[in-house]
Design a protein around this ligand. Sequence first.
Ligand code: MG
Length: 339
Amino acid sequence: MKLTHEQVTLRTKHTFTIARGGSDEFRVVVVTVTDKDGATGVGEASPSRFYGEYADTVPVALAQFAPILEKADAWSLEAIEHAMHQKMRGNGAAKSAVNAALNDLMGKRLGKPLYQLWGLDPKAAPKSSFTIGMAEEAELRAKVREAKDYPILKVKLGTDRDEAVIRAIREEAPGKTLYVDANCAWTPKEALNNIEMLVGYDVEFVEQPLPPEDLEGLRFVRDRSPLPVIADESCLVASDIPRLAGVVDGINIKLAKCGGPREAIKMAAVARAHGMRVMMGCMIETSIGITTAAHVAPLLDYADLDGAALVANDPYRGASIDGGVIAIPSGPGLGVTRA
Ligand code: MG
């Protein structure tokens, strides 16, 4: 198999800001695997600098993986994944692009959508939330009104205006389900105070209240929290999950962290084995990345797959989240086409 790639610059409809900062331009890398007979599969790397990856490191990782794919049997997903991990640690987004492309190729050869190959019922997918990034109050209220078709909103907190933000959003969206993501911004004491406050606004759960390495702090918060606590930045791959059992209530899987849909499915199984809730999130990405995640969605309790819906220039068409409903394409493989 040959590995080729192309960089794509995505523009978001609005500047997208979280506790760590904001941007309105995101570079992703679209990867194509081509087998000897010309059959192809596509995948996407949407690198996150928080996890040490950039659009410029992805091609470097892909160059390391190319010799592995050169010799590999396209059906041997487990062996290819193992070889990529042996070659480089981390680089989850680059690995995910390769793994997604191999799954896409497999589905296309068999003429079946991935959810079917994985034995999943697309109707079992939960509704997706739509993310409201940080903004000044007037803009915040406008964003919530713009998101009127989405029944679940995920709110980014982690500033000294947290209560004003959640109050404004609750006023604009009195009947909606609200999730909160603090992106590591709070101390344990702030987290407990804020969670107490959030209960008053009927919030469903809180994602990553504390820095990723503060597991004792997370346990302290979770033991006292009236709301479920979900780990995102603290949980990258399946082997992170056992030490999070009893520390948080659930985990947030992302392809860019874990290395692809195959590992994502393993993470869901490991989390379930520990009695934990399973969420899946995303980065700002095209419909290739979002559709890859959407095929995994029937395994989830919570989905936050709005990455492509936030983008103004998505070059692809695949899974959609209109009205929050995750519609997974039924074409072979990922089922993604050019827009
Ligand atoms: Mg998060």
